[in-house]
Design a protein around this ligand. Structure first.
Ligand code: CP
Ligand code: NVA
Length: 304
């Protein structure tokens, strides 16, 4: 594995290897014998806000022996129009790896190509692979390694966003059932589903149908970063897909509600549901650290 640019381009085997390593690194936190990033500087190049991703990468890089360097695009020439391919070729001669949060998926792909550095997608409009790895780690901790196999997992709300797309690719690679519920206009386009080509994905406008007998129910903000202008018009259509106590009555016994955070209480999730499921939701946040350390470790130790 040379980069982590998407869940799409991983195999089921690679996902399971990363999860296995993440479980080990979590158990061994504070006692790592290996420092695979020793002597290395990794840049975090962020065009969008972040709490969890920034902190978990800065801590994770340090814990594996490396030095994180945070570069906001507000401060570097990239934000004033210097092309990504030029930025990539400059950094490629100075640092050892890059973690990028931006808009277009093509930007992380181009950065990896021109820099020749191990490159990690820390969220684009297309995918959020690090979050899905942390979510799968959390799921395995609660329900057992590989438990996703026989599970119905759902995602409600703005299901064709970066989180929804990464969940769809994870479902295909690992072979679980994924039910997506949202307003008709927000469901994945036929071409997206055709590209994924996996019949375990159910798309519905009926929130109850998606949640019925479901063990893990996911949601995310209805207004992803960069879509703020659509806030007023978008929100109304999504209220039938709010994760609330009434909807959860049809979920499987022992179900969990997942949220990648930040959460907007009273919109995609109620305060009651978020607080009732807070132990697992904040474990998802913590698991960003362990899952990403597995990614960093794997990239640093793979031969390029
Ligand atoms: N879930 C997530 O990526 O959080 P941040 O935007 O705070 O990094
Ligand atoms: N879909 C959200 C995820 C935030 C972690 C966004 O892109 O803003």
């Amino acid at each position: 594995m040379n980069n982590l640019l998407s869940i799409e381009e991983l195999t089921g085997e690679q996902i399971q290897e990363l999860l296995q390593l993440a479980h080990r690194l979590k158990a061994e936190r504070g006692q790592h014998r290996e420092q695979p990033l020793a002597g290395q500087t990794w840049a975090l190049i962020f065009s969008k806000s972040s709490t969890r991703t920034r902190v978990s990468f800065e801590v994770g890089i340090s814990e594996l022996g490396g030095r994180p360097m945070f570069l906001s695009t507000r401060d570097i020439q990239l934000g004033r129009g210097e092309p990504i391919k030029d930025t990539a070729r400059v950094l490629g001669r100075m640092i050892h790896g890059a973690v990028i949060r931006t808009y277009g998926q093509d930007e992380v792909v181009d950065f990896a190509h021109y820099s020749k550095l191990p490159t990690i997608n820390a969220l684009t409009d297309q995918e959020h692979p690090c979050q899905i790895l942390a979510d799968l780690l959390t799921l395995e901790e609660k329900y057992g390694v590989g438990a996703w196999k026989d599970m119905k997992i759902s995602f409600l709300g703005d299901v064709d966003n970066n989180m929804g797309r990464s969940w769809m690719w994870a479902a295909k690679h690992l072979g679980f059932t994924l039910a997506l519920a949202g307003p008709a206009h927000a469901l994945p386009k036929p071409e997206t589903l055709a590209a994924i080509n996996y019949d375990g994905i159910i798309c519905t406008t009926d929130a109850e149908e998606a949640v019925r007998d479901c063990t893990v129910i996911n949601t995310d903000t209805w207004i992803s970063m960069g879509q703020e202008a659509e806030k007023g018009t978008k929100e109304q259509a999504f209220f039938p897909y709010q994760v609330n106590d009434e909807l959860l009555r049809v979920a499987a016994p022992g179900h969990s509600v997942f949220h990648c955070l930040p959460a907007y209480r009273g919109y995609e999730i109620t305060d009651e549901v978020l607080e009732a499921h807070a132990p697992i939701i904040f474990t998802e946040a913590e698991n960003r650290l362990h899952a990403q350390k597995a990614v960093l470790y794997t990239l640093a130790t793979s031969s390029r």
